[in-house]
Write a new protein. Structure first.
Length: 173
């Protein structure tokens, strides 16, 4: 199946909200946001997120259904604007293994480079072997583990911190 990967716009807000809530409900250990908090957001807040807070990319089927998402968050501060974060990665179970995850990550990498970032960081729940393998295969390297990063249903989850050098690791003179 061929998926269209593109930046989400305000017109995608309803579809984005639907897939985001599904992701948070089905995999609460994979996201810092909680379903209970996100379901209370109004549509205007969702539109604002898509248009000002982060750059979200989506994977669409030929029928126009949004089946995957990933975000790019740029750091604004003078000392950290060289870094960007890959956030909120999710692909509907029926579309995993199709290469759509890799294409979404590639869109974030390109967006980070275009914005002038030299390092792209992410976190992935420890034990999510499939995601960890994909990120490593795409050049991300682990640089630490945040212990007890999330607490879901009384259980703690560690997160592996990973980064991708977008400039080959060069330091300016």
């Amino acid at each position: 199946m061929n998926h269209e990967i593109r930046r989400l716009t305000a017109g995608d807000a309803e579809a984005y909200r639907r897939i985001r809530l599904d992701a948070l409900r089905l995999h609460p250990e994979a996201f810092s946001a909680a379903y209970e908090d996100e379901k209370t957001l109004g549509m205007q807040q969702v539109v604002e997120r898509l248009t000002t807070t982060v750059t979200m990319f989506g994977a669409f089927t030929e029928a126009g259904d949004l089946v995957g998402m990933v975000g790019l968050r740029l750091n604004r501060g003078a000392k950290v604007r060289h870094k960007a974060d890959l956030i909120s990665m999710f692909v509907d179970a029926a579309h995993r293994g199709s290469g759509v995850s890799r294409r979404l990550v590639e869109a974030v990498i390109a967006g980070a480079r275009d914005a002038g970032a030299v390092e792209l960081q992410l976190f992935v729940t420890a034990g999510n072997a499939r995601a960890q393998r994909m990120y490593r295969a795409m050049g991300f390297t682990p640089y630490g583990v945040e212990r007890r990063a999330l607490k879901v249903g009384g259980r703690f989850h560690d997160q592996e911190l990973m980064a991708l050098d977008l400039d080959g690791g060069r330091s300016p003179g």
